[in-house]
Design a protein around this ligand. Structure first.
Ligand code: NAG
Ligand code: NAG
Length: 477
């Protein structure tokens, strides 16, 4: 999710890279006719170069092994291994959701043990689950816990403008077998993410190109029998500073609106009437400066209310490697909702005042229809920071390896409502120098408090991303 807010970029940077796309080009043999002697010299030099390359690769591999974090060498348990471990009650009934006295042993012991009743839902609002192709575990989680989600968004498509025009890339990632395993009886809805890439202005200013873009998306949705899409465009528009031009900003909103209207009115013979294709829009968390044109505002939300079915609000990455801290303090998430959600009954809505205490947030006056469309972002990944600066994102199995290796005390941070632990270790390249680390990763308690908050506001949630979490997290949903 590029150049969208710094936060998004950081998150992306920390993600494992995508595997390279298969090269379909066939090999061609360019061998030339040449005298014997030349041929011999040639093969000797080829042999030497190949040897040199091999030696270099071996050296690079050695350096890589030495500098790699040791915990990363611990292989994650296979998905099948984990799936054979279940529990007869949910994490709530097993007393595992708690702030105090959470021990690392308990996490190590309990994390793979999810409740066998995977169809029970504790959280009744919308749940959008992101799945990424570069983390295959998410595909399995989506199948196993399918009943817990209302929407599943595989991160598959890029709508890109290059020299030869506009193209929708990503169909090679689509897996129809997996879709039919996940979506049974029409639920959960499969809404692949489409991210806008490349030069974005023409798509907004040239009517032809705008129609081409909308058409490309709509026909792909129809052809592949998806239920709609998640659109990630704001980040690119912000990156290109389009939003600072009020005319272009309006064009951007119109683009979203037209795309939503097109999806809503496109009929497919394979669908029940009234079962419309959906548009979910990724939006950044409010910056706290209402005048900032890069912010997505309450009025934008009201403008798009009829054409957008969900707003995937990126309430994560509050902290980063330059300013280590909790991933998403609960009070900050609350404030984001308070700033964003429209008040009152009229179409106008009313910008809310973000006050300090919960009472004055005036939750009861929020427009329920807009609240239920808002999907508060929840991270299933964490961060391993080296102090005072540095480090980056970690996923479930890396967190488990760190717990096993350092046997830390887990502390509940009241101010953010997140668990963390610290450890120190000798860095491989510098002898006798220890670095302190601080690790924030979601816990049952941190997730539970956030779902309670979501219930209070009547909002749904969106999870980035389900392959990065621990099995027992899904009991909470
Ligand atoms: C699950 O574990 C049990 C006991 O450890 C074993 O007998 C069984 O074959 C395993 N099942 C699978 C599907 O791996
Ligand atoms: C699982 O939960 C669902 C929904 O709460 C419930 O209807 C069902 O009876 C439960 N199944 C079992 C085997 O407990």
């Amino acid at each position: 999710m590029p150049s969208q807010g710094a936060g998004q970029r950081r998150r992306v940077a920390a993600k494992p890279p995508r595997p390279p796309v298969r090269n379909a080009r066939g090999g061609r043999n360019y061998e030339q006719q040449s005298p014997e002697s030349v041929k011999n010299k040639l093969s000797v030099s080829v042999l030497l170069s190949v040897t040199a390359v091999c030696v270099m690769l071996a050296m690079l591999w050695g350096v890589w092994l030495l500098t790699r974090r040791p915990d990363a060498l611990v292989a994650p348990p296979s998905v099948n291994q984990l799936f054979n471990v279940t529990a007869t009650a949910s994490v709530y009934d097993r007393g595992l959701v708690k702030a105090a006295d959470l021990s690392y042993e308990a996490v190590l012991k309990d994390h793979p043990r999810y409740w066998t009743n995977t169809s029970h839902r504790h959280f009744k609002g919308s749940v959008l689950a992101y799945v990424t192709p570069w983390n295959g575990k998410g595909y399995d989680m989506a199948k196993l816990f399918r009943s817990k989600f209302t929407h599943v968004s595989p991160v598959w498509y890029q709508l890109k403008r290059d020299n030869s025009g506009l193209h929708l890339h990503g169909r090679h990632d689509v897996d129809q077998k997996w879709i039919s395993d996940v979506r049974q009886g029409g639920s959960p809805k499969i809404v692949p993410r489409v991210v806008l890439e490349g030069y974005p202005t023409d798509m907004l200013t040239k009517e032809e190109e705008r129609e081409e873009a909308i058409d490309a998306i709509t026909s792909e949705v129809t052809k592949m029998q998806f239920d709609g899409i998640v659109l990630e465009a704001w980040s690119l528009w912000r990156g290109y500073r389009l939003l600072q031009d009020s005319n272009l900003r309006q064009k951007a909103l119109e683009f979203i609106k037209l795309l939503g209207m097109e999806l809503h009115t496109t009929k497919s013979p394979k669908r029940k009437s009234g079962d419309l294709f959906q548009l979910i829009l990724v939006i950044p968390p409010p910056t706290g400066t209402p005048q900032d044109p890069n912010s997505f505002t309450t009025s934008d939300m009201i403008y798009l209310r009829d054409s957008v079915d969900g707003f995937s609000l990126m309430t994560y990455d509050y902290s980063n490697a330059y300013a280590p801290g909790p991933n998403a303090p609960l009070a900050w998430m609350r404030q984001c909702l308070a700033v964003l959600l429209p008040k009152g009954k009229g179409k106008e809505g009313e910008r809310a005042d973000a006050r300090k205490d919960l009472q004055s947030y005036d939750i009861a006056s929020r427009v329920p229809e807009m609240a239920s469309k808002t999907l508060m972002g929840i991270n299933f990944y964490g961060n391993d920071y080296s102090m005072p600066q540095g480090g980056g994102a970690i996923v479930g199995h890396e967190y488990i390896s760190l717990l096993a290796q350092h046997k830390p005390i887990l502390t509940w941070e009241e101010a953010s409502s997140e668990h963390y632990f610290t450890y120190s270790k000798e860095e491989s390249m510098i002898k006798n120098k220890k670095t302190d680390h601080k690790v924030y990763y979601p816990s049952l308690q941190s997730l539970s408090t956030r779902l309670e908050e979501a219930k209070r506001w009547g909002v749904g949630i969106s999870i980035w991303e389900i392959g990065q979490g621990l099995e027992y997290f899904f009991d909470i949903l």
